[in-house]
Design a protein around this ligand. Structure first.
Ligand code: SF4
Ligand code: SF4
Length: 381
């Protein structure tokens, strides 16, 4: 049974003494001790370290200075860790992205592997809930007996706030299933019904950014380069094309905002349902808090000052604590959130201001699904 209150441990990013133990990587080492890894994981047990590898140009992911500490702590506890993520673009290119972002076996001290294979089709369908019905959970995450979910906190165009729930949902589920296609994949969260793409010629600037970001190269503009076309059968409904379009000339039938958030919580629950209780712990990195997702083709400057790292064994508690920490921050100067250059900026809910999405729906639905507790004690280390 879930505790009525959860502990959330906090390592601040502020460095007040010039000692390794007081650096953020040094504090992460102490944070890992709070998670009782030796009691939680069996000797020799395989532990997935779930992170996000980023994107070509999106470099503000959790780097090797931190992942290597997580791996080292797991090894010291006798476990066998591997670092993993699901395929977002073609698998070979995605491993190159990981490597360019500094994430490889040598840098982190453990194998770096794709959770759903080079083609992103190694997955297992599991029941999800009322909205999604079923989702295709990546095989490695499905079969792993234990997991450390390392989430880089940032904004998101549809989710408003992107943290551990989104990392589990979008990052634990594949883009597509080899028979059922995108309908039990990530795309089912991005879009409703058939999720057809619509193009508005009047709004289109013919900038071709949509064509450039499509991971499947299924967008083209005809022989004269003026008419948007896409291959509906192959499209993953990943939403990358719609997100980069400057004129909002393309859109797919999106789920209502509340439904999208609820589907994230549902998919996170489906992924967690493949683990025994107590076998998943969370690290939320409130650093390099950029306005958009790590799967975008670039990473804008951070909008909120680095806060530090949170650790817990409760999904809802760590998400609520992260949000509580971010709310009421002042926007960073010269960032997308700064309205007047950062001078005398008022403290506000920056992610809400940026994306106008009621991101708390994710937390409320996760709570309703019994994925944790919103009552927590914040324990600075
Ligand atoms: S949603 Fe857009 S970018 Fe994604 S696969 Fe479909 S056409 Fe390509
Ligand atoms: S990204 Fe949007 S504006 Fe640019 S070519 Fe594609 S549809 Fe047109």
């Amino acid at each position: 049974m879930k505790a009525s209150r959860a502990n959330v441990y906090f390592a601040s990013a502020r460095v007040l003494k010039w000692r390794h133990e007081e650096s953020l990587p040094g504090r992460l080492e102490r944070l890992m001790e709070k998670l009782d890894l030796q009691k939680r994981f069996m000797p020799g047990e395989w532990v997935a370290v779930k992170t996000h590898f980023g994107s070509p140009g999106a470099h503000r992911v959790i780097g090797p200075a931190f992942l290597s500490r997580v791996v080292a702590a797991l090894k010291a506890a006798g476990a066998k860790p591997f670092v993993t993520d699901t395929v977002r673009i073609n698998g070979l290119d995605y491993l190159e992205v990981a490597n360019q972002n500094g994430i490889n076996h040598l840098s982190v001290g453990a194998p770096v592997v794709l959770a759903d294979g080079l083609y992103g089709r190694d997955n297992i369908i599991v029941p999800a809930g009322e909205i999604l019905g079923e989702v295709a959970v990546s095989t490695l995450i499905h079969d792993a007996p234990a997991m450390v979910v390392c989430s880089h906190i940032k904004g998101h165009i549809n989710a408003g706030y992107a943290g551990a729930i989104k990392n589990l949902a979008m990052g634990g589920v594949s883009a597509s299933h080899r028979v059922r296609g995108w309908k039990c994949g990530r795309g089912a969260m991005h879009s409703l019904g058939e999720g057809k793409l619509f193009w508005d010629e009047e709004k289109c600037e013919l900038c071709y950014q949509c064509e450039e970001v499509c991971p499947l190269e299924c967008i083209s503009f005809g022989p004269e380069g003026k008419k948007f076309q896409y291959e509906d059968e192959r499209c993953w409904r990943c939403g990358r094309c719609t997100r980069v379009c400057p004129g909002q000339a393309i859109a797919h039938e999106e789920a209502a905002p509340g439904e999208f958030m609820r589907s994230l919580a549902e998919a996170a629950g489906a992924v967690l349902g493949t683990f025994r209780p107590g076998k998943v712990v969370y690290l939320n990195f409130l650093t390099g808090i950029q306005p958009e997702c790590d799967c975008m083709p670039g990473a804008d400057v951070p909008v909120i000052q680095d806060k530090g790292i949170l650790a817990s064994d409760d999904l809802v508690a760590i998400e609520k604590a992260s949000i509580d920490m971010l709310r009421g921050s002042a926007p960073l100067p010269e960032s997308a959130a700064a309205s007047n250059g950062g001078e005398n900026e008022k403290k506000t809910d920056i992610l809400l201001e940026l994306h106008k999405k009621d991101y708390l729906i994710q937390i409320e639905h996760a709570l309703k699904l019994g994925l944790g507790t919103a009552d927590y004690d914040l324990i600075p280390i």
